[in-house]
Ligand binder design. Structure first.
Ligand code: AP5
Ligand code: MG
Length: 226
């Protein structure tokens, strides 16, 4: 019983750029008490620290292309091996290719764990662009805001840590369009990958942030009891 509960705590959030993965993962981290593991945030941390991985990742991120599987998988594997992920994690932005999904299955299987549920946050394309255009992100803690839909209490300052808010370098109109194209080409096959394994749950992501939160939590809670 206990091991089933532990297995089901690996939650993979699927959805296009701007669907709300980061927004919802931060909420789930708080209510479920398991860490939010975002491959995009890990790459941005490497960019800030000017590591070799950061320099490599930047050349792909700035164009809206995926960072190669090999380095992405190694980075996430190292993160999932840390003690705070022992009981699960909310994965945001990983996996993004079939090779990454297979690698994730293998990484978890090495310690007798597996993906428990895959909420797919569905949002129409025109809504995605409006969301990305108004997004502001905290430089320190990566909390996500929107100038209209989810504004910070004080303009330009993070509610969580007081950090400075900025607009991501890959949120130019051209790069946004490319990221959405890449998502349709390389990531949407994961919808069938997880549907075939009985793990996919569709969530209407065009609703308010609070309604998406409620639907996600209900899906996760009913999934962990089955
Ligand atoms: P990543 O950082 O993962 O970006 P992304 O997938 O393009 O997704 P976003 O972060 O843009 O969107 P989100 O779904 O998190 O939406 P958010 O919650 O912010 O990846 C960046 C790059 O890194 C990639 O392009 C690639 O180069 C590289 N990379 C990362 N992972 C990789 C991997 N696995 N393999 C290879 N390369 C990888 O919400 C968006 C906005 O909408 C916010 O302003 C928010 O406030 C607002 N909002 C959210 N929900 C709602 C709602 N319900 N109603 C109204 N507004 C809302
Ligand atoms: Mg994000």
């Amino acid at each position: 019983m206990e091991s089933k509960q532990a297995q089901s705590r690996f939650i993979v959030l699927l959805g296009a750029p701007g669907a709300g993965k980061g927004t919802q993962a931060a909420y789930l981290e708080e209510v479920l008490g398991i860490p939010h593991v975002s491959s995009g945030d890990l790459f941005r941390e490497n960019l800030r620290n000017e590591t070799g991985l950061g320099k490599l990742a930047r050349s792909y991120m700035d164009k809206g292309e995926l960072v190669p599987d090999e380095v992405t998988i190694a980075m996430v594997k190292e993160r999932l091996a840390r003690p705070d992920c022992a009981g699960g994690a909310v994965l945001d932005g990983f996996p993004r290719t079939i090779a990454q999904a297979q690698a994730l299955d293998e990484i978890l299987a090495e310690t007798g764990r597996r993906v428990g549920i895959v909420p797919y946050i569905k949002v129409p394309d025109d809504v995605l662009l409006a969301r990305l255009a108004g997004r502001w992100t905290c430089r320190q803690c990566e909390a996500v805001y929107h100038e209209l839909f989810n504004p910070p209490k004080i303009a330009g300052k993070c509610d969580v840590c007081g950090g400075e808010l900025y607009q991501r370098a890959d949120d130019t109109p051209e790069t946004q369009r490319r990221r959405i194209e890449v998502y349709f080409q390389q990531t949407t096959p994961l919808i069938e990958y997880y549907r075939d394994r009985g793990l996919l749950v569709e969530i209407d992501g065009a609703q308010s942030i609070e309604r998406v939160q409620a639907d996600l939590l209900a899906a996760i809670q009913s999934g962990s009891q089955s």
